[in-house]
Design a protein around this ligand. Structure first.
Ligand code: SF4
Length: 64
């Protein structure tokens, strides 16, 4: 699976980083970096939790 972020929606809340710090990093200015776009099946639940945690629904998990 692959993580996709809608940068027009993202407001830098960093809930995604809290849920899955291996995949998301938010800097002091609220700019999100996706550390790894590809999510192996073994991390699917964690990545899905991060997607659900985003308060502005800026994240999606896409099947590749
Ligand atoms: S939780 Fe949502 S709004 Fe916050 S940094 Fe992550 S993607 Fe952006």
């Amino acid at each position: 699976m692959r993580i996709e972020v809608d940068r027009n929606r993202c407001e830098g809340h960093a809930m995604c980083e809290a849920a899955a710090p291996e995949y998301f990093s938010v800097d002091d200015e609220g700019v999100l970096t996706i550390l790894t776009e590809e999510v192996p099946d073994s991390d699917k639940a964690q990545a899905h939790g991060a997607v659900l945690s985003c308060p502005v629904a800026a994240l999606k998990l896409l099947s590749r």
